[in-house]
Each structure stands twice: as C-alpha cells, then as structure tokens.
Design a protein around this ligand. Structure first.
Ligand code: 5RP
Length: 218
C-alpha cells in the first residue's frame, strides 16, 4: 500500500468513533483530509464540527458540514487528528502543518482524542521530526536562543504565518527523554504560544494504518 492508502485506511477506521456524537472535533493535515471526505457522507447524523484550522474549516464548509465555535459547544465528545510522530505511550509530535495551537486546544477540550496515523509515524522516542513551536513574531529570536540552550537547532519556518498571526520555529535534534517536562519547559519560555509536543494531553487511542490491518493502540 502507498502512504496515502495507509492514511485512508486509518481515516476510515476513525468513522467508527464518530457514531452517535453531536459534535466532532476535526484536526488538520492530509490524513484528516481523507477523514473529512468520508465524514461528509455522514453529515446528516451530527450537528457539526469544531475545526482546528482555517484550511480544515474551508474543507468542512465546502462539503456542507457546519462549522461550530468551540465556545458554544462545551466539551467535545471526540477529536480526530493526525500526527507527525507517535510514541508507544501515545504521546505525539504535531504541528507539521502549523495548526498545533488550535489542535491542542481542541484536544484538551475533548473527552476522547483519536489519533489517526500511518505506520511511518511510529517512533520509539519523539524528536526525529523537528519540533514545531508557535511563537509571537517579536519573540522569534529570543525563543530560538532559548531553544539552543535546551540543545536544539531552531529553524524559522520562513514565509509561513499561522492562523493566529504568529510564526513557527522548527527545532531539530532535540533530545526528548522526558516529553512532559520538555513540553512544560518550552511552554514556559516567554513568547511561546504553544509547542507541538502532545505529552500532557496524549492521544487516548491511536489508529495505525498498517496495510493488512489497522492496529488500535489503547
Ligand atoms: C498539522 C498536524 C498534522 O496532524 C500532522 O502534521 C500530520 O499531517 P499529515 O496527516 O499530513 O501527515 O499536526 O498541524
């Protein structure tokens, strides 16, 4: 199977988790885009979706799925999103598409976070994928210097502005031995909006597209 076929496979498996829920949280990325297409066939069965990015909002609307404001829906029953890396504890690196802050907000506000990932995303230790950090534009150089002190090599994602009007630093070569500590430490740097480690709020379930089967990590 190609990687896209694996993405479709885990996206399809996620449909099982959106039965009988009024509101679905929807993440961002190419794996989620397959999910959105499949979700559209079920749009009569739920009220609408809470979206994690402008890109996802546009796709949802194009397919006739109502987009709801998180402030008006309370707790979200289930959130479906992809990942750039998944470790055995279901901790993740996310933000390859730059939507990490809104993704983390919806993940935190959701009862169940179902991550959909093809098998290439599985790692033993997080950090081979450069860690995205969303920062306020004026703090970019300062945060970059602080990340060097933490052992990383930050690279400014040039010509990219987040949906929140901020910029992204992609931090290479970080040694993430304690993902929860690292997530907190980076979030404590002034000027950081959020970072792409999803360790304090990991996925509850990961559906891994493996070709012959979809493995469910619980
Ligand atoms: C976007 C994300 C995505 O979930 C992550 O980058 C995975 O994307 P894809 O499904 O395209 O591989 O965190 O900010």
């Amino acid at each position: 199977m190609t990687q896209d076929e694996l993405k479709k496979q885990c996206a399809k498996a996620a449909l099982e988790y959106v039965k009988d829920v009024p509101v679905v949280g929807v993440g961002t990325g190419s794996t989620v885009n397959f999910f959105i297409e499949m979700l559209a066939d079920r749009k009569a069965d739920f009220e609408g979706a809470v979206s994690s990015s402008e890109g996802t909002t546009q796709r949802l609307k194009e397919l006739g799925i109502p987009v709801l404001d998180l402030n008006n829906v309370g707790e979200v029953e289930v959130y479906i999103d992809g990942a750039d890396e998944v470790d055995p504890r279901k901790m993740l690196v996310k933000g390859g598409g730059g939507a990490l802050t809104r993704e983390k907000i919806i993940a935190s506000a959701s009862k169940k976070f179902v991550c959909i990932a093809d098998q290439t995303k599985l790692v033993d230790v997080l950090g081979s994928f450069p860690l995205p950090i969303e920062v306020l534009p004026m703090s970019r150089s300062y945060v970059a210097r602080e990340m060097v002190k933490l052992g990383g090599q930050p690279v400014w994602r040039e010509n990219f502005i987040t949906d929140n009007g901020n910029v992204i630093l992609d931090v290479h070569n970080l040694e993430i031995t304690n993902a929860i500590e690292m997530e907190k430490t980076i979030n404590d740097i002034t000027g950081v909006v959020t970072n792409g480690l999803f360790a304090m709020r990991p996925a509850d379930l990961v559906l891994v597209g493996k070709g012959d089967v979809v493995e469910v990590m619980e």
